[in-house]
Design a protein around this ligand. Structure first.
Ligand code: NAP
Length: 277
């Protein structure tokens, strides 16, 4: 079994960004703004990683932490302030937002050119037609970078993605198809899930359920990319029961230390001018 650790992938990207930023005067460097509503553990874990990485490469960052009870209008007001701030080149907002917030209106308020995680439907539409003027959503791009780094050719491969969200499953399916993979998307209404995933060459899991996938979902040649970030009594873990599955597949990303590690570096690269990536 090969452990597909994210660190090697992220380190290569961070080194490239640091070299780029070292050449820019500190006052003129692009800046990232993080907008967080509430204190969900997965948001906080991701935020900590982003802040650490910004420090390591010399990228300025500010956090706008808002109460879980914030009203839609106030949240949009914060985003508009960041849209107008010439020092801010990228805006990242954690989702999902609390149920009382009109998430769609908030997402649409993020300026297209500062939308580093490709949330705005305008950017998603561009990605749908493979228009590279829009950045890719960070997590799907991290998955693609991991597969590329470890030398997995996608052409003609059967890829199963267990997630149909607009943040993960849908854009990832497009990116996989751009590399000529044959893609199946599964979700909570899929029947006989294990039968479908166990036939695939590559399985990407993003259900958000701790240790949901046991060995019956895979075969000995499976390449498993676990996007899930969950917390149970032992700490953070993925959607895959790593201890039970790892010895029985060809390759697997660990959690923590896999996709999430790369996602935060991909995000930072989207704050830099497009010529960079
Ligand atoms: P989401 O919108 O809740 O999507 C979850 C998906 O899983 C949905 O498509 C859902 O199906 C499907 N699903 C749920 N239970 C299932 C089941 N029993 N069988 C098959 N499919 C099932 O969540 P998300 O925002 O996409 O995030 C998913 C996970 O990724 C979370 O754990 C999140 O923390 C993690 N995440 C990781 C990163 C990273 O960098 N590693 C970044 C962002 C998010 P339906 O559509 O039918 O409901």
């Amino acid at each position: 079994m090969i452990e597909l650790r994210g660190k090697a992938v992220a380190d290569a990207l961070k080194e490239k960004m640091k070299t780029f930023l070292d050449q820019v005067d500190e006052l003129n460097r692009p800046k990232l703004a993080i907008v967080r509503v509430g204190e969900r553990p997965d948001d906080l874990a991701y935020e900590r990683m982003v802040l650490k990485n910004c420090g390591a490469i010399g990228l300025p960052v500010q956090v706008e932490a808002m109460s879980e009870a914030v009203a839609t209008e106030e949240l949009i007001g914060t985003i508009q302030r960041l849209n107008d701030d010439v020092a801010v080149q990228g805006i990242l907002m954690f989702r999902p937002l609390p149920k009382h917030i009109d998430e769609q209106s908030v997402i649409e308020s993020v300026a297209v050119e500062k939308d580093v995680d490709c949330m705005n439907p305008e950017n998603l539409q561009l990605r749908m037609v493979s228009d590279e003027r829009a950045v890719a959503p960070c997590t799907p791009e991290a998955v693609m970078r991991i597969l590329e780094h470890y030398g997995y050719e996608l052409e003609g491969k059967n890829v199963v993605i267990v997630n149909r969200s607009t943040v993960i499953g849908r854009p990832l399916a497009i990116m996989m198809m751009e590399k000529n993979a044959t893609v199946t998307i599964c979700h909570s209404r899929t029947r006989n899930l294990a039968e479908i995933t166990s036939r695939a060459d590559i399985v990407v899991t993003g259900v958000g359920k701790a240790r949901f996938f046991g060995p019956e979902y895979f075969n000995e040649n499976s390449v498993v990319i676990d996007i899930g970030i969950n917390f149970d009594e032992k700490g953070s873990c993925g959607d895959v029961d790593y201890e039970a599955v790892a010895p029985k597949v060809a390759a697997i990303t660990p959690v923590p230390g896999g996709v999430g590690t790369v996602t935060s570096s991909v995000l930072l690269s989207h704050v830099l001018p497009q010529a960079f990536y």
